[in-house]
Ligand binder design. Structure first.
Ligand code: SF4
Ligand code: SF4
Length: 402
Protein backbone atom coordinates (compact mmCIF):
# COMPACT_ATOMS: atom_id res chain seq x y z
CA UNK A 1 0.00 0.00 0.00
CA UNK A 2 1.42 3.39 -0.91
CA UNK A 3 1.70 6.26 1.55
CA UNK A 4 -1.18 8.23 0.01
CA UNK A 5 -3.69 5.49 0.64
CA UNK A 6 -3.58 5.52 4.42
CA UNK A 7 -2.45 9.03 5.32
CA UNK A 8 -6.05 10.39 5.35
CA UNK A 9 -6.43 9.05 8.89
CA UNK A 10 -4.14 11.80 10.15
CA UNK A 11 -6.46 14.59 8.94
CA UNK A 12 -7.67 16.82 11.83
CA UNK A 13 -10.16 18.66 9.57
CA UNK A 14 -8.61 22.09 10.11
CA UNK A 15 -9.20 23.10 6.41
CA UNK A 16 -5.87 24.95 6.20
CA UNK A 17 -5.14 23.03 2.98
CA UNK A 18 -8.23 24.55 1.36
CA UNK A 19 -7.08 28.06 2.27
CA UNK A 20 -3.73 27.43 0.56
CA UNK A 21 -5.10 25.64 -2.53
CA UNK A 22 -4.71 27.92 -5.58
CA UNK A 23 -7.50 26.14 -7.49
CA UNK A 24 -10.02 26.38 -4.63
CA UNK A 25 -9.31 30.13 -4.55
CA UNK A 26 -9.74 30.62 -8.30
CA UNK A 27 -12.53 28.16 -9.14
CA UNK A 28 -15.73 27.94 -7.05
CA UNK A 29 -16.53 24.57 -8.70
CA UNK A 30 -13.55 22.88 -7.04
CA UNK A 31 -14.48 21.40 -3.64
CA UNK A 32 -10.89 21.78 -2.40
CA UNK A 33 -8.19 19.47 -1.06
CA UNK A 34 -9.85 18.48 2.21
CA UNK A 35 -13.03 17.29 0.50
CA UNK A 36 -11.30 15.72 -2.53
CA UNK A 37 -8.42 14.33 -0.47
CA UNK A 38 -8.93 12.84 3.03
CA UNK A 39 -12.73 13.26 3.20
CA UNK A 40 -13.23 11.71 -0.24
CA UNK A 41 -10.77 8.88 0.48
CA UNK A 42 -12.96 7.68 3.39
CA UNK A 43 -15.98 7.52 1.08
CA UNK A 44 -14.14 5.95 -1.87
CA UNK A 45 -13.18 3.02 0.36
CA UNK A 46 -16.93 2.25 0.68
CA UNK A 47 -17.85 2.65 -2.95
CA UNK A 48 -16.29 3.85 -6.19
CA UNK A 49 -19.55 5.69 -6.86
CA UNK A 50 -18.23 8.40 -4.55
CA UNK A 51 -15.47 9.24 -7.04
CA UNK A 52 -15.98 12.86 -8.02
CA UNK A 53 -15.00 14.15 -11.50
CA UNK A 54 -14.01 17.43 -9.80
CA UNK A 55 -10.73 15.74 -8.79
CA UNK A 56 -9.63 16.49 -12.36
CA UNK A 57 -9.48 20.17 -11.42
CA UNK A 58 -6.54 19.58 -9.04
CA UNK A 59 -3.25 20.79 -10.56
CA UNK A 60 -1.08 18.41 -8.50
CA UNK A 61 0.85 21.43 -7.17
CA UNK A 62 1.06 19.94 -3.62
CA UNK A 63 0.66 23.32 -1.91
CA UNK A 64 -1.99 21.64 0.28
CA UNK A 65 0.68 19.21 1.53
CA UNK A 66 3.12 22.03 2.27
CA UNK A 67 0.41 23.76 4.35
CA UNK A 68 -0.99 20.72 6.19
CA UNK A 69 -0.01 20.74 9.90
CA UNK A 70 -0.80 17.04 10.18
CA UNK A 71 1.41 15.85 7.35
CA UNK A 72 -1.42 14.38 5.29
CA UNK A 73 -0.38 13.54 1.70
CA UNK A 74 -3.42 15.40 0.38
CA UNK A 75 -2.23 15.92 -3.22
CA UNK A 76 -0.97 12.32 -3.38
CA UNK A 77 -4.38 11.00 -2.20
CA UNK A 78 -6.04 12.93 -5.04
CA UNK A 79 -3.45 11.81 -7.63
CA UNK A 80 -3.79 8.15 -6.60
CA UNK A 81 -7.61 8.34 -6.77
CA UNK A 82 -7.44 9.84 -10.26
CA UNK A 83 -5.11 7.11 -11.48
CA UNK A 84 -7.28 4.41 -9.95
CA UNK A 85 -10.86 5.48 -10.48
CA UNK A 86 -10.95 7.87 -13.43
CA UNK A 87 -12.55 6.16 -16.40
CA UNK A 88 -10.66 6.71 -19.64
CA UNK A 89 -13.35 7.65 -22.13
CA UNK A 90 -12.26 7.65 -25.77
CA UNK A 91 -12.82 11.24 -26.88
CA UNK A 92 -10.73 14.16 -28.29
CA UNK A 93 -9.69 15.21 -24.76
CA UNK A 94 -8.16 11.78 -24.16
CA UNK A 95 -6.08 12.27 -27.33
CA UNK A 96 -5.05 15.71 -26.07
CA UNK A 97 -4.04 14.32 -22.65
CA UNK A 98 -2.08 11.56 -24.41
CA UNK A 99 -0.23 14.10 -26.61
CA UNK A 100 0.61 16.36 -23.65
CA UNK A 101 1.93 13.51 -21.51
CA UNK A 102 4.01 11.53 -24.06
CA UNK A 103 7.05 13.78 -23.83
CA UNK A 104 9.59 11.15 -24.90
CA UNK A 105 7.59 10.06 -27.94
CA UNK A 106 6.88 13.56 -29.26
CA UNK A 107 10.37 14.80 -28.32
CA UNK A 108 12.02 11.96 -30.25
CA UNK A 109 9.79 12.55 -33.29
CA UNK A 110 10.12 16.36 -33.24
CA UNK A 111 13.77 17.18 -32.47
CA UNK A 112 15.15 16.09 -35.90
CA UNK A 113 12.68 18.48 -37.59
CA UNK A 114 12.52 21.13 -34.82
CA UNK A 115 12.42 24.30 -37.02
CA UNK A 116 9.48 22.93 -39.04
CA UNK A 117 7.60 21.53 -36.01
CA UNK A 118 8.06 24.82 -34.10
CA UNK A 119 6.78 26.83 -37.04
CA UNK A 120 3.72 24.60 -37.42
CA UNK A 121 2.78 24.66 -33.70
CA UNK A 122 3.26 28.46 -33.65
CA UNK A 123 0.82 29.06 -36.50
CA UNK A 124 -2.44 30.71 -35.44
CA UNK A 125 -4.41 28.44 -37.79
CA UNK A 126 -2.97 25.29 -36.16
CA UNK A 127 -3.62 26.75 -32.68
CA UNK A 128 -7.26 27.39 -33.58
CA UNK A 129 -7.65 23.87 -35.00
CA UNK A 130 -6.13 22.31 -31.84
CA UNK A 131 -8.41 24.50 -29.68
CA UNK A 132 -11.54 23.40 -31.52
CA UNK A 133 -10.68 19.73 -31.99
CA UNK A 134 -8.60 18.31 -29.14
CA UNK A 135 -8.91 21.19 -26.63
CA UNK A 136 -5.40 22.66 -26.36
CA UNK A 137 -6.12 26.30 -25.61
CA UNK A 138 -5.47 28.65 -28.53
CA UNK A 139 -3.78 31.24 -26.29
CA UNK A 140 -0.99 28.85 -25.38
CA UNK A 141 2.29 28.45 -27.22
CA UNK A 142 3.45 24.83 -27.17
CA UNK A 143 7.07 24.40 -25.97
CA UNK A 144 9.70 24.80 -28.68
CA UNK A 145 11.91 21.83 -29.59
CA UNK A 146 15.66 22.04 -30.08
CA UNK A 147 17.32 20.75 -33.24
CA UNK A 148 18.99 17.61 -31.86
CA UNK A 149 18.96 16.21 -28.34
CA UNK A 150 21.19 16.89 -25.34
CA UNK A 151 22.11 13.18 -25.21
CA UNK A 152 23.48 13.29 -28.75
CA UNK A 153 25.49 16.43 -28.02
CA UNK A 154 26.84 14.86 -24.82
CA UNK A 155 28.20 11.75 -26.63
CA UNK A 156 31.02 13.87 -28.15
CA UNK A 157 31.86 15.38 -24.76
CA UNK A 158 31.66 12.25 -22.60
CA UNK A 159 35.37 11.25 -22.91
CA UNK A 160 36.53 14.69 -21.60
CA UNK A 161 34.32 14.31 -18.55
CA UNK A 162 36.18 11.15 -17.48
CA UNK A 163 39.32 13.23 -16.87
CA UNK A 164 37.91 15.01 -13.82
CA UNK A 165 38.82 13.55 -10.43
CA UNK A 166 35.18 13.47 -9.26
CA UNK A 167 32.02 12.63 -11.21
CA UNK A 168 28.29 13.15 -10.77
CA UNK A 169 25.46 11.48 -12.70
CA UNK A 170 22.83 13.65 -14.36
CA UNK A 171 19.14 12.86 -14.85
CA UNK A 172 18.60 15.43 -17.62
CA UNK A 173 14.84 14.92 -18.04
CA UNK A 174 12.75 15.59 -21.17
CA UNK A 175 13.05 19.37 -21.04
CA UNK A 176 16.86 19.46 -21.29
CA UNK A 177 16.96 16.60 -23.78
CA UNK A 178 14.35 17.82 -26.27
CA UNK A 179 13.71 21.52 -25.54
CA UNK A 180 16.67 23.20 -23.87
CA UNK A 181 20.01 21.35 -24.24
CA UNK A 182 21.74 24.64 -23.37
CA UNK A 183 20.73 24.16 -19.72
CA UNK A 184 22.55 20.81 -19.66
CA UNK A 185 25.55 22.40 -21.41
CA UNK A 186 25.61 25.20 -18.81
CA UNK A 187 25.51 22.63 -16.01
CA UNK A 188 28.50 20.88 -17.54
CA UNK A 189 30.43 24.20 -17.69
CA UNK A 190 29.62 25.04 -14.05
CA UNK A 191 30.58 21.58 -12.76
CA UNK A 192 33.77 21.47 -14.83
CA UNK A 193 34.74 24.88 -13.37
CA UNK A 194 34.46 23.15 -9.98
CA UNK A 195 36.66 20.28 -11.19
CA UNK A 196 33.72 17.85 -11.35
CA UNK A 197 32.86 15.74 -14.42
CA UNK A 198 29.38 14.84 -15.67
CA UNK A 199 28.02 11.39 -16.52
CA UNK A 200 24.64 10.46 -17.95
CA UNK A 201 22.64 7.43 -16.84
CA UNK A 202 22.92 4.56 -19.31
CA UNK A 203 19.29 5.27 -20.28
CA UNK A 204 16.42 7.31 -18.86
CA UNK A 205 12.75 7.92 -19.61
CA UNK A 206 10.43 10.81 -18.71
CA UNK A 207 10.23 10.97 -14.90
CA UNK A 208 6.48 10.39 -15.33
CA UNK A 209 4.98 13.55 -13.88
CA UNK A 210 2.87 14.49 -16.96
CA UNK A 211 1.63 10.90 -17.08
CA UNK A 212 0.65 11.04 -13.40
CA UNK A 213 -1.09 14.39 -13.83
CA UNK A 214 -3.08 13.06 -16.80
CA UNK A 215 -4.09 9.81 -15.13
CA UNK A 216 -1.82 7.43 -17.13
CA UNK A 217 -0.46 5.76 -14.01
CA UNK A 218 0.40 2.37 -15.57
CA UNK A 219 2.73 4.01 -18.09
CA UNK A 220 4.16 6.31 -15.36
CA UNK A 221 4.87 3.21 -13.22
CA UNK A 222 6.72 1.54 -16.12
CA UNK A 223 8.87 4.67 -16.55
CA UNK A 224 9.51 4.79 -12.79
CA UNK A 225 10.71 1.17 -12.67
CA UNK A 226 12.91 1.77 -15.72
CA UNK A 227 14.46 4.90 -14.16
CA UNK A 228 15.01 3.26 -10.75
CA UNK A 229 16.76 0.34 -12.50
CA UNK A 230 19.07 2.69 -14.42
CA UNK A 231 19.78 4.87 -11.38
CA UNK A 232 20.55 1.76 -9.30
CA UNK A 233 23.02 0.56 -11.94
CA UNK A 234 24.75 3.97 -11.91
CA UNK A 235 24.99 3.99 -8.12
CA UNK A 236 26.30 0.41 -7.99
CA UNK A 237 28.88 1.06 -10.71
CA UNK A 238 30.05 4.59 -9.89
CA UNK A 239 28.55 5.50 -6.48
CA UNK A 240 27.91 9.04 -7.75
CA UNK A 241 25.15 11.43 -6.67
CA UNK A 242 22.32 11.65 -9.24
CA UNK A 243 21.56 15.31 -9.91
CA UNK A 244 18.59 16.90 -11.62
CA UNK A 245 18.16 20.47 -12.88
CA UNK A 246 14.36 20.16 -12.83
CA UNK A 247 12.71 20.74 -9.45
CA UNK A 248 9.75 18.64 -10.62
CA UNK A 249 11.82 15.71 -11.97
CA UNK A 250 13.78 15.44 -8.72
CA UNK A 251 10.58 15.70 -6.65
CA UNK A 252 8.97 12.95 -8.75
CA UNK A 253 11.98 10.61 -8.66
CA UNK A 254 12.27 10.98 -4.89
CA UNK A 255 8.71 11.33 -3.63
CA UNK A 256 6.07 10.51 -6.23
CA UNK A 257 7.55 7.09 -7.07
CA UNK A 258 6.84 5.59 -3.64
CA UNK A 259 3.91 7.86 -2.63
CA UNK A 260 1.79 7.83 -5.79
CA UNK A 261 3.10 5.01 -7.99
CA UNK A 262 4.02 2.50 -5.29
CA UNK A 263 7.47 2.04 -6.86
CA UNK A 264 10.27 1.31 -4.40
CA UNK A 265 13.15 3.75 -4.87
CA UNK A 266 14.74 3.15 -1.45
CA UNK A 267 17.99 1.86 -2.98
CA UNK A 268 18.68 5.20 -4.72
CA UNK A 269 16.55 7.86 -3.02
CA UNK A 270 19.37 9.23 -0.87
CA UNK A 271 21.55 9.67 -3.95
CA UNK A 272 19.00 11.79 -5.89
CA UNK A 273 19.50 15.48 -5.32
CA UNK A 274 18.21 18.73 -6.78
CA UNK A 275 21.14 20.63 -8.25
CA UNK A 276 21.11 23.77 -6.07
CA UNK A 277 21.32 21.82 -2.83
CA UNK A 278 24.35 19.92 -4.18
CA UNK A 279 26.04 23.09 -5.42
CA UNK A 280 25.45 25.13 -2.27
CA UNK A 281 27.03 22.37 -0.18
CA UNK A 282 30.06 22.38 -2.51
CA UNK A 283 30.28 26.20 -2.27
CA UNK A 284 30.14 26.04 1.54
CA UNK A 285 32.88 23.39 1.54
CA UNK A 286 35.12 25.78 -0.38
CA UNK A 287 34.57 24.40 -3.89
CA UNK A 288 32.90 27.40 -5.57
CA UNK A 289 33.89 28.26 -9.16
CA UNK A 290 35.50 31.65 -9.80
CA UNK A 291 32.62 34.04 -10.55
CA UNK A 292 32.71 37.55 -11.97
CA UNK A 293 30.24 40.22 -10.86
CA UNK A 294 26.79 40.08 -12.43
CA UNK A 295 25.44 43.60 -11.86
CA UNK A 296 21.81 42.74 -12.54
CA UNK A 297 18.52 42.53 -10.63
CA UNK A 298 16.60 39.29 -10.67
CA UNK A 299 13.22 38.23 -9.27
CA UNK A 300 13.14 34.66 -8.01
CA UNK A 301 9.96 32.56 -8.33
CA UNK A 302 9.71 29.40 -6.18
CA UNK A 303 8.10 26.47 -8.07
CA UNK A 304 5.39 24.54 -6.15
CA UNK A 305 7.29 21.23 -6.13
CA UNK A 306 10.48 22.88 -4.87
CA UNK A 307 8.44 24.50 -2.10
CA UNK A 308 6.95 21.09 -1.22
CA UNK A 309 10.47 19.58 -1.14
CA UNK A 310 11.61 22.32 1.27
CA UNK A 311 14.57 23.15 -1.00
CA UNK A 312 13.85 26.73 -2.12
CA UNK A 313 16.32 28.10 0.43
CA UNK A 314 19.21 26.35 -1.35
CA UNK A 315 18.43 28.09 -4.64
CA UNK A 316 17.99 31.45 -2.91
CA UNK A 317 21.30 31.16 -1.04
CA UNK A 318 23.07 30.03 -4.21
CA UNK A 319 21.78 33.10 -6.06
CA UNK A 320 22.90 35.29 -3.16
CA UNK A 321 26.40 33.85 -3.53
CA UNK A 322 26.73 35.38 -7.03
CA UNK A 323 28.72 38.61 -6.66
CA UNK A 324 26.97 41.84 -7.70
CA UNK A 325 23.55 40.18 -8.16
CA UNK A 326 20.52 41.83 -6.56
CA UNK A 327 18.11 39.05 -5.61
CA UNK A 328 14.42 39.79 -5.00
CA UNK A 329 12.56 36.74 -3.65
CA UNK A 330 8.92 36.82 -4.71
CA UNK A 331 6.07 35.62 -2.51
CA UNK A 332 5.77 31.85 -3.02
CA UNK A 333 2.68 31.19 -5.14
CA UNK A 334 1.63 28.94 -8.02
CA UNK A 335 2.21 30.29 -11.56
CA UNK A 336 -0.98 28.52 -12.69
CA UNK A 337 0.45 26.42 -15.52
CA UNK A 338 1.17 23.34 -13.38
CA UNK A 339 2.80 21.26 -16.12
CA UNK A 340 0.13 20.41 -18.67
CA UNK A 341 -2.88 21.78 -16.72
CA UNK A 342 -2.93 25.33 -18.11
CA UNK A 343 -2.62 24.12 -21.72
CA UNK A 344 -6.12 22.63 -21.52
CA UNK A 345 -8.97 24.72 -22.90
CA UNK A 346 -11.21 24.02 -19.90
CA UNK A 347 -8.47 25.11 -17.42
CA UNK A 348 -7.07 28.15 -19.21
CA UNK A 349 -9.11 30.84 -17.38
CA UNK A 350 -8.44 29.32 -13.94
CA UNK A 351 -4.76 28.97 -14.79
CA UNK A 352 -4.55 32.67 -15.70
CA UNK A 353 -6.50 33.68 -12.59
CA UNK A 354 -4.08 31.70 -10.39
CA UNK A 355 -1.02 33.32 -12.02
CA UNK A 356 -2.39 36.89 -12.24
CA UNK A 357 -0.80 38.24 -9.04
CA UNK A 358 2.59 36.72 -9.90
CA UNK A 359 2.53 38.15 -13.44
CA UNK A 360 1.63 41.65 -12.18
CA UNK A 361 4.35 41.57 -9.51
CA UNK A 362 6.96 40.56 -12.08
CA UNK A 363 5.80 43.14 -14.63
CA UNK A 364 6.11 45.89 -11.99
CA UNK A 365 9.54 44.77 -10.81
CA UNK A 366 12.06 46.34 -13.26
CA UNK A 367 14.11 43.12 -13.01
CA UNK A 368 16.58 42.10 -15.74
CA UNK A 369 15.56 38.43 -15.46
CA UNK A 370 13.12 36.19 -13.66
CA UNK A 371 14.78 33.07 -12.25
CA UNK A 372 13.03 29.80 -11.54
CA UNK A 373 13.96 26.11 -11.18
CA UNK A 374 11.01 24.72 -13.17
CA UNK A 375 10.65 24.67 -16.94
CA UNK A 376 6.88 25.02 -16.96
CA UNK A 377 6.99 28.02 -14.58
CA UNK A 378 9.50 29.53 -17.05
CA UNK A 379 7.08 29.07 -19.98
CA UNK A 380 4.19 30.57 -18.03
CA UNK A 381 6.16 33.60 -16.78
CA UNK A 382 7.73 34.37 -20.16
CA UNK A 383 4.42 34.06 -21.97
CA UNK A 384 2.57 36.34 -19.57
CA UNK A 385 5.21 38.92 -18.59
CA UNK A 386 7.64 38.88 -21.56
CA UNK A 387 10.53 38.94 -19.06
CA UNK A 388 13.34 36.53 -19.97
CA UNK A 389 13.16 33.70 -17.45
CA UNK A 390 16.14 31.45 -16.84
CA UNK A 391 17.34 28.67 -14.54
CA UNK A 392 19.81 29.43 -11.70
CA UNK A 393 22.39 27.30 -13.57
CA UNK A 394 22.14 29.56 -16.65
CA UNK A 395 22.96 32.53 -14.44
CA UNK A 396 25.87 30.78 -12.73
CA UNK A 397 27.27 29.86 -16.16
CA UNK A 398 27.05 33.54 -17.18
CA UNK A 399 29.16 34.42 -14.14
CA UNK A 400 32.01 31.96 -14.84
CA UNK A 401 35.35 33.63 -15.49
CA UNK A 402 36.64 30.87 -17.79
S1 SF4 B 1 -4.64 20.77 6.28
FE1 SF4 B 1 -4.27 18.59 6.63
S2 SF4 B 1 -5.25 18.18 8.58
FE2 SF4 B 1 -6.08 20.12 7.87
S3 SF4 B 1 -7.95 19.55 6.72
FE3 SF4 B 1 -6.29 19.63 5.23
S4 SF4 B 1 -5.57 17.51 5.16
FE4 SF4 B 1 -6.77 17.68 7.02
S1 SF4 C 1 -2.39 19.61 -5.14
FE1 SF4 C 1 -2.65 21.85 -5.43
S2 SF4 C 1 -4.53 22.05 -6.65
FE2 SF4 C 1 -4.50 19.95 -5.84
S3 SF4 C 1 -5.69 20.09 -3.98
FE3 SF4 C 1 -3.54 20.38 -3.40
S4 SF4 C 1 -3.24 22.59 -3.38
FE4 SF4 C 1 -5.14 22.18 -4.51
Amino acid sequence: MNIAQNSFEKCIKCTICTVYCPVAKANPNYPGPKECGPDGARLRIKSLDYYDQALKLCTNCKRCETACPSNVNVGDIIAVARGKFEKKVINPKLMRDFILSQTDLFGTLSTPFAPIVNKITDSQIIKTVMHKTIGIDKHKALPKYSLGTFRNWFKKNAPDQEQYPRQVSYFHGCYVNYNDPDLGKDLLKVLNAMNIGLKLLNKEKCCGVPLIANGFHDKARKNARFNVKNMTEAVEKFNTPILSTSSTCSFTLKQEYPHVLDVDNSQVVDKIEYITSFLLREFMNGNAPKLKEINKTIVYHTPCHLERSGLAIFTIELLRAIPGLKVIVLESECCGLAGTYGFKKENYDVSMKIGKHLFETIKNSDADYAITDCETCKWQIEENTHLKTIHPINLLAQGLTV
